[in-house]
Design a protein around this ligand. Structure first.
Ligand SMILES: NC(=O)c1ccc[n+]([C@@H]2O[C@H](COP(=O)([O-])OP(=O)(O)OC[C@H]3O[C@@H](n4cnc5c(N)ncnc54)[C@H](O)[C@@H]3O)[C@@H](O)[C@H]2O)c1
Length: 368
């Protein structure tokens, strides 16, 4: 398979992790990077030996670039993704796919019209950590799945992110910023979500930037920052999940799946690897069996590589638009359920067929 030429739009914090991996991946050649801030795109181009940098318009005008990796902030995701689709490019988007379900539907419509694919972060579930967990569940190690517990509770990302405003605006907050990791992993393990209830609160109206050139600057909080959720799945299972930027005591990365014969602790769904713990009811002990994850780690960018291989084989990417749009509807519904105090039904479903692949990723081969 010839390497696909790709372009990156958005040269901020997360672009470093992507470029570190994608510039080494055999499946792609990073041809150009663009940003509204030209200086940032130039700096990243130099840092990673990318031959071209420029404006998003210049990147989209390049006929040789077949796929755009959209690493802009959430409120720009729809605009950049739709523009790239209109320019005839496939798109990999950072999460969330869009700010709400209406926007996700507009992206889906454009993808159909342009006959191009859209894939979306997170790709952590394609890493060996979650894949090993999904495989053990599929093999019946915890019996029939009955439910799950997840927790993401921290004091917020404004301490380390130099431009954290978007993390507290629509499309951010613990639900839209971190929810995609936990909810995508839950959908992979338990299937589509049918309804949710939630309660929320907001500890502060303003936050203060803790690092970088804007350190000390105050900015407003526009979204709930502490959300407690009960999530129902199509098979009758239920999950309890907490999402918080309001807790001084960190308790995060918790993803536990429960079944009739045991529970499995899966590594942090924001990571691609880690070890697992299996608790069996019949083990005669409260101590778990420690299980190492199995598989090659590529980390951020593995979803792009998976997508490029899927396109070459005429298949859907595993982290596809249906999965991402379902997660957007769950997130929107959690905020709505917290606002209204009512049960909110989920209309969409997801039919992503190959979330667990036993012969997983033989093609990753990180080195060129
Ligand atoms: N920072 C992280 O650790 C992290 C981790 C995982 C995922 N993400 C996701 O990655 C995305 C980007 O996050 P970040 O932390 O890199 O943000 P950032 O603010 O550091 O960078 C975003 C970049 O996008 C550019 N941009 C904004 N609108 C644009 C537009 N319309 N066209 C072109 N460029 C535009 C900005 O100029 C900026 O350089 C977000 O969706 C975020 O949720 C971030």
């Amino acid at each position: 398979m010839a390497a696909m030429k790709i372009g990156v739009i958005g040269a901020g914090v997360i672009s470093e992790q992507y470029l570190e991996n994608l510039t080494k991946a055999a499946a792609v050649t990073v041809e150009m990077i663009a940003d509204l801030d030209l200086g940032r795109s130039e700096q990243r181009a130099k840092q990673y030996g990318i031959p071209h940098f420029g404006t998003p318009e210049q990147l989209l005008a390049r006929e040789d670039i077949e796929l755009v990796v959209n690493l802009t902030i959430p409120k720009a995701h729809e605009e950049v993704t739709v523009a790239a689709l209109k320019a005839g490019k496939h798109v990999w988007s950072e999460k969330p796919l869009a700010l709400d379900t209406a926007a996700a539907n507009r992206i889906r419509k454009q993808a159909k019209e342009s006959n191009r694919d859209v894939g979306c972060a997170p790709d952590t579930f394609l890493g060996p950590g979650i894949q090993t967990g999904l495989r053990l569940i599929k093999e019946g190690k915890i019996g029939k799945v009955t439910g799950a517990t997840t927790a993401f509770e921290v004091s917020g990302p404004e301490s380390w992110h130099p431009n954290p405003d978007f993390l507290y605006a629509k499309g951010g907050g613990p639900i839209f910023d971190m929810g995609p990791y936990y909810l995508t992993a839950l959908v992979c393990a338990l299937g589509p979500v049918t309804q949710v209830v939630a309660r929320s609160s907001q500890a502060r109206d303003f936050r203060v930037i803790g690092s970088g050139p804007r350190q000390g600057e105050k900015f407003p909080v526009e979204v709930p920052t502490n959300v407690l959720a009960l999530i129902d799945f199509a098979g009758g299972e239920a999950a309890q999940s907490s999402f918080s930027f309001d807790t001084a005591r960190p308790r995060a990365g918790i993803l536990e799946i429960h079944g009739t014969e045991g529970s499995i602790v899966i590594p942090d769904p924001n990571m691609h690897e880690g070890s697992l713990q299996l608790f069996r009811i019949d083990s005669g002990s409260w101590e778990p069996e420690e299980i190492a994850c199995v598989g090659e780690v590529m980390a951020r960018g593995v979803g792009v590589v998976d997508m490029v291989h899927a396109i070459a084989r005429g298949k859907r990417p595993r982290a596809d638009i249906e999965l991402a749009a379902h997660v957007v509807e769950i997130m929107q519904s959690l905020e709505e359920a917290a606002r209204s105090g009512k049960v909110v039904k989920i209309e969409s479903t997801t039919t992503s067929p190959e979330l667990v692949d036993v012969d997983f990723n033989p093609w990753i081969s990180v080195g060129k």
